[in-house]
Design a protein. Structure first.
Length: 86
């Protein structure tokens, strides 16, 4: 009888330990999934920010090009007006 009680005690202790290990693994897996979701959200934000930065760079380049063309046109006009050969 004593052997039966001891083996039952060992069995239930083993089951309880296994249940705790499974619960710990579930919590760890949940934490890993949360971390992965956070990383995915961060990547999305980084891509959006990079797209905004690229758009701003293109807009700035277009403005600078427009200013350069306008300045060149003004210089040509000034040369034509100041040239007595025509």
């Amino acid at each position: 009888m004593l052997a039966l009680m001891l083996s039952m005690g060992v069995f239930f202790t083993s089951c309880r330990d296994t249940a705790k290990e499974n619960e710990t693994e579930d919590v760890e897996m949940s934490d890993d999934m949360d971390d992965m979701n956070d990383d995915n959200n961060s990547v999305g934000s980084d891509i959006e920010q990079a797209a905004d930065d690229a758009g701003d760079a293109v807009e700035n380049a277009a403005n600078e090009t427009g200013d350069a063309v306008e300045n060149a046109a003004n210089e040509v006009e000034d040369e034509v007006e100041n040239n007595d050969d025509y």
